[in-house]
Write a protein that binds this ligand. Structure first.
Ligand code: ZN
Length: 275
C-alpha cells in the first residue's frame, strides 16, 4: 500500500457491503469505519494512504440536490487578520484559536528531533511518524475550526462581504504566518457552507483601500497605510477608528453597493426582456 499513496479503483474492482461495514478491493474484503453516511449512487472509489500509514477510502457519489435560493437577513463585513482571525463590522469578532501556537511549538520540537537521527534508522522512522502525527493533528484541528466557524457565520448572516485576497497579496500583508492560519482554505469552506444555507458571499476588489478610508465620511487617510497604526482619528470628520473594525465596515459598505449594482443590472436585463 505504501508504494501507491493514492489510487482510484476501476469499475467492478470493488464492491460495498454497507450492512457489515466492509468493502471489497480486488479479491480481498476490508473492514472500514465510516465518517458519514453514504448517500446517492457511488461513482468512483479512491484509496489514499497518508504518511502515518492510515488508509482512507473516498467515495465520490452522485446526489440529486435542489439549489438553495438566496435568503434575506443580516449582512456583515469581515476583515482577516493575524491577532484576530476575523474582525466583523458588527463587533462579533472571532479570535484566532490557541492551538495554532501550541502546535507550532510541538512541530518545531519534532523537527529538531528528526534532524538528530540517522536517516533510515529505527529512531529516525519513529521521529518521522511523530512529526507526521503533529502535522496531521494541526491540519485536523484547523479544518474542524474552519468548518465550525463557516457553519456559524452562514447560519447567522444572509450576506457576507470579504476582501478578495489572493495568496500573493496576503503574503505581502502578513508574511509567512498566514500559511498557519490558512485563510484561502477557510474561504473555500465558507463558499461551500454558504451554498447550503443560501448565504451570499461577496468579494470586494482587493485594491480598494479598506483600511485607509474613513467609514463615516469616506476621507482617505494615507497615514493609515502604515500597518503599525492600530487606531486613528479621521482628520475630516473627527471620527475615532479601530483599524480593523473600520476596514470591516468599509468592506460591508462596498460589498452591499456591489450587490445592489448586480441586482440593478439583473433588473435592467429582465425589464428589456419583457418589453
Ligand atoms: Zn471621516
Amino acid at each position: 500500500m505504501k508504494k501507491y499513496r493514492s489510487f482510484t479503483l476501476k469499475q467492478y474492482s470493488w464492491s460495498l457491503d454497507e450492512a457489515n461495514g466492509k468493502i471489497r478491493i480486488g479479491q480481498k474484503w476490508y473492514r472500514y469505519f465510516k465518517s458519514r453516511n453514504i448517500e446517492g449512487k457511488v461513482k468512483t472509489v479512491t484509496v489514499k494512504c497518508d504518511l502515518l500509514g492510515d488508509i482512507y477510502v473516498y467515495l465520490c457519489c452522485d446526489i440529486q440536490c435542489e439549489a438553495v435560493k438566496f435568503r434575506s437577513g443580516k449582512s456583515v463585513g469581515l476583515d482577516f487578520g493575524l491577532k484576530k482571525f476575523l474582525t466583523a463590522s458588527d463587533g462579533n469578532d472571532i479570535e484566532s484559536p490557541d492551538f495554532f501556537a501550541l502546535n507550532a511549538k510541538y512541530i518545531s520540537t519534532a523537527h529538531r528531533k528528526i534532524s538528530r537521527k540517522k536517516i533510515g534508522s529505527g529512531n529516525f522512522e519513529r521521529a518521522r511518524l511523530e512529526l507526521s502525527r503533529a502535522y496531521k493533528k494541526l491540519t485536523n484541528q484547523r479544518k474542524d475550526f474552519h468548518f465550525k466557524l463557516a457553519h456559524i457565520l452562514c447560519s447567522e448572516y444572509a450576506v457576507i462581504c470579504l476582501e478578495d485576497l489572493n495568496v500573493k497579496a496576503m503574503l505581502k500583508r502578513w508574511g509567512r504566518k498566514i500559511q498557519s492560519l490558512g485563510f484561502s482554505y477557510f474561504v473555500k469552506i465558507l463558499l461551500y457552507e454558504a451554498e447550503k444555507f443560501g448565504t451570499r458571499i461577496i468579494f470586494i476588489d482587493r485594491f480598494y483601500p479598506s483600511s485607509q478610508t474613513c467609514s463615516e465620511c469616506g476621507y482617505k487617510n494615507k497615514a493609515v497605510k502604515n500597518l503599525n497604526v492600530r487606531e486613528w482619528d479621521c482628520p475630516k470628520c473627527k471620527a475615532h477608528h479601530d483599524r480593523d473594525r473600520n476596514a470591516a465596515k468599509n468592506i460591508l459598505r462596498v460589498g452591499m453597493a456591489t450587490l445592489l449594482q448586480e441586482n440593478q443590472c439583473l433588473m435592467a436585463r429582465l425589464a428589456t426582456r419583457h418589453q
